[in-house]
Ligand binder design. Structure first.
Ligand SMILES: *Cc1c(COP(=O)(O)O)cnc(C)c1O
Length: 343
């Protein structure tokens, strides 16, 4: 892979904005460089543009070099950045699996980049060959999502590997749900595959969706490109401090995951007993996709009872399907109770 050939020329040549906090690093006693108000501490100061303290902590927990970490305002920021860095609007294209997370297509559309969808096989199985066949000389990115949303299943590791090894552009593997899955993350493989970008988030297993912090892991060269294009102070100081403290809850997070997985098993077992449930797809995530006899009717009847799930009826390969997030034991039982009263 030749990174320079893959990156848009204007981005490769871009001279990034240099903020006051970029130009002076270290500790000083008097800061008169950033036009801040000196009278209203402590939130009067601009935050660290590269979030080094937070990166050091994530680096220790995930065993990954700080230079290979990027933080965004949710995972949506790195999804948008990767498209803006690599894809020339109206010229380049992206290949992704279908069905999958909707933001890849929205970001491609916003950037006027062609988005090619390759249907997964039955049971939402990934076939590397058909994905590779959809690429051409203008394909810059392949988006994969494992465990996949909305199907819930992990994609086959060997098929992902075939794509990484045989595609000369960027492969993004979105691991938003990896904490719930039995497979290992791709993060330890980064050194072997310079074209790999891995996305993770604090919104799911870590339980802090409101805080908006997403992570991208990639080679230092790719991370430098992200840093060049991002807004100078994209992660505010409240988020940086808050997440640093939340990272001390590693063991608690693992307990939450265990509880959610137990509840997933419980919910699957109870759903099987309900007549209107036709199929429960196996899940490696904190949600389950179920096929029912009439998704729209059941969705609306649950809404009437104040229970909101996700209607995936119009999504490719998901005809008749509802996506159910695993809730607390009480919430799950409320759902089961409601479903058993809908005929
Ligand atoms: C929920 C989710 C995310 C997380 O998005 P954030 O912007 O980090 O909250 C990313 N990818 C997929 C596939 C998801 O389902």
């Amino acid at each position: 892979m030749n990174l320079q050939q893959l990156v848009r020329k204007n981005i490769w040549n871009l001279k990034a904005y240099s903020s006051a906090r970029d130009e002076f690093k270290g500790e000083a006693s008097v800061y008169l460089d950033a036009n801040e108000n000196p009278l209203n501490g402590p939130y009067n100061r601009y935050p660290d543009p590269l979030q080094w303290k937070l990166k050091e902590k994530v680096s220790r927990i995930k065993q990954v070099d700080v230079k290979k970490i990027f933080f965004g305002n949710g995972s949506d920021e790195p999804i948008d950045l990767v498209i803006r860095i690599f894809c020339e609007p109206a010229v380049d294209n992206i290949v992704a699996i279908d069905p999958t997370y909707g933001m890849y297509k929205v970001c491609a559309d916003i950037n006027n980049v062609e988005y090619r969808q390759v249907l997964l096989k039955d049971h939402f199985i990934l076939d590397a060959e058909s994905v590779l066949k959809a690429t051409d000389d203008n394909t810059k990115i392949i988006f994969l999502c494992s465990p996949n949303n909305p199907s819930g299943n992990l994609l086959d590791k060997n098929e992902i590997l075939k794509i990484i090894q045989n595609f000369s552009g960027i492969v993004v593997v979105d691991e938003a749900y990896i904490d719930f899955a039995p497979d290992a993350s791709w993060v330890p493989q980064l050194d072997k595959y310079p074209n790999l970008i891995i996305l993770q988030t604090f919104s799911k297993a870590w339980g802090i969706a409101a805080v908006r912090l997403g992570m991208a892991f990639a080679s230092p060269e790719i991370i430098s490109l992200f840093n060049k294009v991002k807004y100078p102070y994209n992660i505010n100081v409240l988020t940086q401090n808050f997440v640093q403290a939340e990272l001390d809850k590693l063991e608690l997070k693992e307990e939450w995951v265990k509880t959610i997985l137990q509840q997933r098993t419980h919910l699957e077992k109870e759903l099987k007993k309900i007549a209107l449930v036709e199929k429960i797809y196996p899940s490696d995530a904190n949600f389950i996709l179920v096929k029912v006899d009439d998704a729209n009717v059941i969705y609306n009847k649950l809404v009437d009872r104040g229970i909101i799930i996700r209607n995936r009826n119009t999504v490719s390969l998901c005809n008749g399907c509802l996506r159910i997030t695993i809730g607390t034991e009480t919430e799950n039982n409320t759902l089961i109770e409601a479903l058993s009263h809908i005929i």
